[in-house]
Structure formats: C-alpha cells, structure tokens
Unconditional design. Structure first.
Length: 288
C-alpha cells in the first residue's frame, strides 16, 4: 500500500500544530509585556485575539488536511469546490474576535465609567450592553457566514421567528426575569446599596443582573431573587391592603419606629371601632 498521498495532510497537521504553538507562546509574552504598559487597551486586544487565532490555525490545518487526504478529499471537494467553507470558518472566527473584543471593552471600561458617573449611569446598563452587544454581533456574523455558503437568509429569519416563539413559550420564566431586569434598569427603581424589603426579604441591594437581583441581609446572607418576583405585586384574598410610607433618619431606628406605629394604629382602630380583617369567610343568611 502506498502511503505517499498521506504525507501531505500529515505535514499540514504538523505545521498547523507548530504554528498554533508558536502563536500561543508569542501571545503569552506579548500579554506579559502589555501588563507593564500604562493602558489596558493593548491587554484587551491581545486577550481577544489570542485564543480565537490559536483555534483558527488548528481548524484551518484540519480543513486543508482533509482536502488533501485521499477519498476524504474527493468527497470534500465535491461539496466545497471553491473553498467556500473556508470563508465560512474565517467569518465565524472574525465574529468571535469582534464579540470577544466588544465584551472585554465594555466590561473593562463600562463599569469604570459607571463608577465615575456617580449614579448617572448604572451598572445594569453596562451589563445589558454587554449581553445585547455580544448577541447582536454573533447574529450578524452568523448571517453573513451562512449567506457566504449559499444559505438563503430569508427562510432562516422566518424559521428563527417560529423557533423564537417556541423558545419563548418554553422559557417563560427566563424571559420574564430578563424583561423584569430591563424594567428595573430603565425605570431606575433601585440601585446597589439601597435598603429594600420585598417578598419577606429585608436587606441591602448587593448586585443587580439582567436575570436576578442579589440582596445581602442583615446577617450577611446573600439571597438571589428573580427579577420577575421583584416586579410582581398581588392583591390580598380577603382584605384591602394599604401601604404607609414612613421616613426615618437612620435604618437602625426601623424596628422601634415600626413597633410604635403599629401600637398607635391598633389603639386608634380600637377607639374608632375598626376591626382588623382576618383570613376568614363571613356567611350572611337572609330571612324572607
């Protein structure tokens, strides 16, 4: 059996491994040098490009090796005569680099700008931009990649609409949490550090994410509350509930003030003949 035709694909694989190893070594040294510079932008660019480029060289080696392999090459060439899948892979890796670069820039500079804004720009806006920016870049990149290999984008978009409806029905809780987070972000209902109480949870806002809010209780426990629960209100089954807002100078006065208010309300209700409703059913029988 003649093994000569297999030498070329083996050489291509070996060359891609050597090039990938060299790229990995070079980028590690460049990243170490970039850590000593006065700007973070060079670190971000190197970190965003390094891993995708390393993977791209390995995938490219496998791609060209398959084209040169007997039998496999014939099958591959029948479907990929113009190397159009090469452009597909290149577009995917460029999209990967762009999405990674945007995400790292937003995370590195967005939260820093948010801290400097002193509340004018919330961390939630940065998190929302991080998530939406990455998804948009990947969506556009995949559309371009698919159109490059002859896939009609129109039916794909229509199919995405149907698939999106199915996903929305299957992931109602997830979507309700995300939209709840968007409402909290847009309306600026609260921010990190605010003291809140809802759903039986009392404490300080510790972290706000697109899907959930973390609350740090007075005994230093971290409780995660879905944003859909934060935005949800309900009516009581057997009473009309009113809310009394009271402002105090310091949160440590909360319990003594609450106790005094409840005692005064109870005494006044008793004087006025007002009954406190309980969870019960009163049946009135009328006689003809």
């Amino acid at each position: 059996m003649d093994y000569t035709p297999y030498f070329r694909p083996i050489l291509i694989i070996c060359a891609s491994l050597l090039i990938a190893a060299a790229i990995n070594l070079i980028f590690k040294r460049l990243i170490k040098r970039a850590e000593n510079t006065g700007t973070k932008l060079d670190d971000i660019i190197l970190l965003a490009i390094g891993r995708p480029l390393y993977i791209m060289v390995l995938v490219a080696g496998i791609y060209y090796a398959v084209h040169e392999t007997p039998y496999l090459g014939e099958i591959m060439n029948s479907y990929d005569k113009e190397y159009m899948y090469r452009n597909f892979l290149l577009t995917v890796f460029v999209t990967w680099i762009a999405a990674s670069l945007v995400k790292k820039i937003i995370r590195e500079y967005g939260y820093e700008l948010s801290a400097r804004a002193n509340g004018e720009m919330d961390d939630r806006l940065v998190a929302l931009a991080d998530m939406s920016g990455t998804y948009i870049i990947w969506l556009v990149g995949l559309m371009i990649a698919l159109s490059g290999v002859g896939v009609e984008i129109g039916p794909v978009i229509a199919g995405m609409g149907i698939a999106g409806l199915a996903i929305a029905l299957a992931a109602q809780n997830l979507l309700s949490n995300v939209f709840g987070g968007m409402t909290i972000t847009i309306d600026q209902l609260y921010k990190v550090g605010d003291r809140v109480e809802f759903g039986g949870v009392y404490g300080d806002i510790y972290e706000i994410k697109p899907r959930y809010t973390k609350i740090k209780t007075l005994d230093n426990m971290i409780i995660t509350v879905p944003n859909s629960k934060v935005m949800f209100t309900e009516y009581a089954a057997s009473s009309q509930n009113f809310e009394l807002l009271v402002w105090i100078k310091h949160y440590e006065e909360r319990h003594p003030v609450l106790d005094r208010i409840l005692r005064d309300m109870f005494k006044r209700f008793k004087e006025e003949g007002i009954e406190i409703p309980f969870n019960q059913m009163d049946v009135h029988i009328k006689k003809d």
